[in-house]
Design a protein around this ligand. Structure first.
Ligand code: ADP
Ligand code: MG
Length: 350
């Protein structure tokens, strides 16, 4: 049993595969690597014919993640994202392929979630980061100013020019709700180019997997219960060529006047999401599961699950589970396809 120590998604089991590779030595062996990136710990588990191949492939995958972080970080003054935001309010700015691609995906999911996921949320996130430090609610006037600088309709992409225009000076993009899932997708792609067919990349609560470990049907990923992330979970997913993300307030929140505000912000009200719940989303790609988990945290179980069921298409198999903590204990809310995922029928893209 391997543990991914994270608030909601906790363990990956590949014991059958290990036993198998001991008996048949020509089978690929299992390797595990860790590195810190994007404010979290990235973990790679992969199957490779030998240690050297495994090390080379994982090095390339981590290098790709580091490159994406250098482009997309909102903390680093030198990042392309920060430089783009400095030019907010002026003419279109030509950007790198990576930045253009993640912004394109972000805008697509902003539209499809009717703005619940919105990367122009930066000014509001800054206010809530300060609220967390000072334990006081943002002032109404500041909240108003930040809300005026937020809204995905104020971000324009031009695919022919590969350029980005931000309507108002002071606008700030924040890719914190999608970058880890996107980076995990890219890491899996790099591993594939190194002939690694079966791998798992976990970035905190965002996990992307390729083919199943040898002699298994899928990667087994269990979801820990809210309140007790260390307790073994009875909720296990079996995934291959898919992604799973969990968002919730278990780790990052601020409590002000006995109300608990999450680090996820509702773009329509400008307020940190309240209410104790975690949501897990299964999707074909990490960028999608990551963005949707953030969006569903904003929407809550009723509207969130309705959205997931309405978004599902032949190409985008989606499923979600909310775990909500109330006075009566834990409550579970499932999307239509959740049961199929639990039973291991969750192939990502066809
Ligand atoms: P975590 O980063 O804790 O795994 P998420 O994937 O849900 O959780 O991302 C939360 C981050 O996303 C916040 O820290 C902030 O940077 C950004 N964010 C907050 N609210 C939104 C929103 N409504 N839409 C898009 N991004 C958001
Ligand atoms: Mg997210």
């Amino acid at each position: 049993m391997i543990s991914i120590p994270y608030r909601a998604i906790s363990s990956v089991i590949a014991l059958a595969a290990i036993a198998h590779s001991l008996i048949f030595s020509s089978e690929p062996a299992r390797f595990e690597f860790w590195e810190a990136h994007m404010g979290t710990r990235f973990k790679i588990i992969l199957y490779a014919p030998d240690a050297e191949t495994a090390a080379r492939a994982s090095r390339a995958a981590f290098a790709r993640i580091a490159q994406l972080e250098a482009t997309m970080s909102d903390y680093r003054e030198s990042s392309e994202l920060v430089s783009l935001c400095r030019q907010a309010g002026s003419g279109p700015v030509k950007v790198s392929e990576d930045l253009f691609r993640i912004l394109t995906i972000s805008q697509e999911w902003a539209r499809r979630t009717e703005g619940a996921f919105d990367v122009t949320i930066g000014p509001l996130v800054q206010l809530w980061r300060r609220a967390r430090r000072t334990r006081t609610l943002p002032e109404a006037q500041r909240l108003q100013q930040a809300r005026a600088l937020t809204g995905y309709q104020k971000l324009h992409l031009d695919a022919t020019m590969r350029s980005v225009k931000l309507d108002l000076p002071g606008m700030q993009l924040d890719l914190g709700g999608i970058a880890k899932g996107f980076a995990a997708d890219e890491a899996i792609a790099v591993l594939r180019r190194h002939d690694i067919r079966s791998a798992l990349v976990a970035a905190g609560g965002d996990i992307v997997v390729s083919e199943a470990p040898p002699a298994t049907a899928g990667w087994i990923i269990s979801i820990a219960q809210l309140e007790s992330p260390d307790r073994p979970s009875s909720l296990s997913l079996s995934l291959r060529q898919a992604a799973v993300s969990t968002s919730g307030d278990a780790e990052q929140y601020v409590e002000i006047g006995s109300v608990r505000y999450s680090h996820i912000v509702d773009p329509r009200t400008g307020l940190g999401v309240t209410g104790r719940s975690s949501v897990t989303v299964v999707a074909p790609e990490g960028a999608i599961s990551d963005a949707l988990a953030t969006a569903l945290s904003v929407l809550g179980p009723e509207r969130g699950l309705k959205l997931i069921d309405s978004l599902e298409t032949a190409h985008e198999k989606l499923a979600a589970l909310f775990i909500q903590s109330s006075g009566q204990g834990l409550r579970y809310f499932e999307s239509k396809r959740w049961r199929a995922v639990l039973k291991g029928e969750a192939k990502g893209s066809p």
